[in-house]
Design a protein around this ligand. Structure first.
Ligand SMILES: C[S@@+](CC[C@H](N)C(=O)[O-])C[C@H]1O[C@@H](n2cnc3c(N)ncnc32)[C@H](O)[C@@H]1O
Length: 257
């Protein structure tokens, strides 16, 4: 297998144990990293990934960003879908490399990044939001992640204007009123494809599931994911004291004709 080497424009993270990752796009010449100063990685171009550099007297590892790195470094606007729910959305929607997936709304682009990661270089994500400002921020986050070529953006209301594409493998809704977009989403997925919704409250979940059933979606299901981090120490392994109490509920149904 040929070595995985750095090419101009690749997304890269500088990592160091105990510090947050630093995301950048590798380029020829000095790169500005906010207020922290400049870094010159020109000599890394053409070198295998996974090397290290000294920057400001500190050694950093240079690796391709993981999904966790991308979530940790993104700029947040609208409330994002957290990694635990993004992962379950990918499995509920049966989202795989090469798939064409619809998403509304774009928000901050967190789920967009997870979907673009899941569909891979041969897949496509069609992200719709009715607010231009949301698309601007989500696009900025996706571009910084190096996943921009996989995502198409549309400004519009999926409830009233529908989806820009048909025969999608899956559609994911993160909107205050997903039920208003379910009929259009049902039409936009291919037979056997999934419509998945993320809703923060029980009331929204109930109304969404009722609408999914009313539209004739099959295998309708609802669930919540709960994640508890563990503190691992010699002889003192225990659950972490910090826990995210609530994020949202997931529901899904499959189109059958
Ligand atoms: C909570 S945010 C989405 C967050 C996003 N999933 C993330 O992980 O970053 C909800 C977004 O839905 C958009 N929105 C609400 N109703 C919509 C509709 N009917 N059509 C398109 N976008 C809509 C809002 O403008 C907002 O940006």
């Amino acid at each position: 297998m040929p070595a995985d080497v750095w090419r101009e424009g690749d997304a890269l993270v500088l990592t160091r144990a105990g510090d947050p990752p630093i995301l950048l796009r590798i380029a020829r010449g000095p790169i500005r990293l906010g207020d922290a100063g400049l870094i010159d990685l020109t000599s890394q171009l053409g070198s295998p990934t996974g090397g290290s550099v000294d920057w400001l007297g500190t050694p950093y590892r240079l690796v391709r960003p993981s999904l966790s790195d991308l979530f940790a470094t993104m700029t947040r606007g609208a409330q994002i879908i957290t990694p635990k729910d993004c992962a379950r959305i990918v499995s509920l929607g049966s989202i795989a490399p090469g798939n064409r997936v619809g998403e509304a709304g774009s928000g901050s682009g967190a789920l967009t990044i997870a979907l673009a990661f899941a569909v891979g270089p041969s897949g496509e994500v069609f992200s719709v939001d009715r607010r231009a400002e949301a698309i601007r921020l989500a696009k900025e986050n996706v571009e910084r992640s190096g996943l921009g070529a996989r995502v198409h953006w549309t400004e519009g209301d999926v409830g009233t204007s529908g989806w820009p594409e048909e025969h999608l493998d899956a559609v994911v809704l993160d909107l205050p009123e997903p039920w208003a977009a379910l009929a259009a989403s049902h039409r936009a997925v291919r037979t056997g494809g999934w419509v998945v919704a993320y809703t923060p409250t029980y009331n929204q979940l109930e109304r969404t599931v009722r609408s999914m059933r009313g539209l004739g979606l099959d295998e309708v299901q609802a669930l919540e994911t709960i994640e508890r981090a563990l503190h691992v120490g010699e002889g003192g392994t225990r659950p972490s004291f910090d826990m995210l109490g609530h994020t949202g509920f997931l529901s899904a149904g499959r189109r059958v004709d």
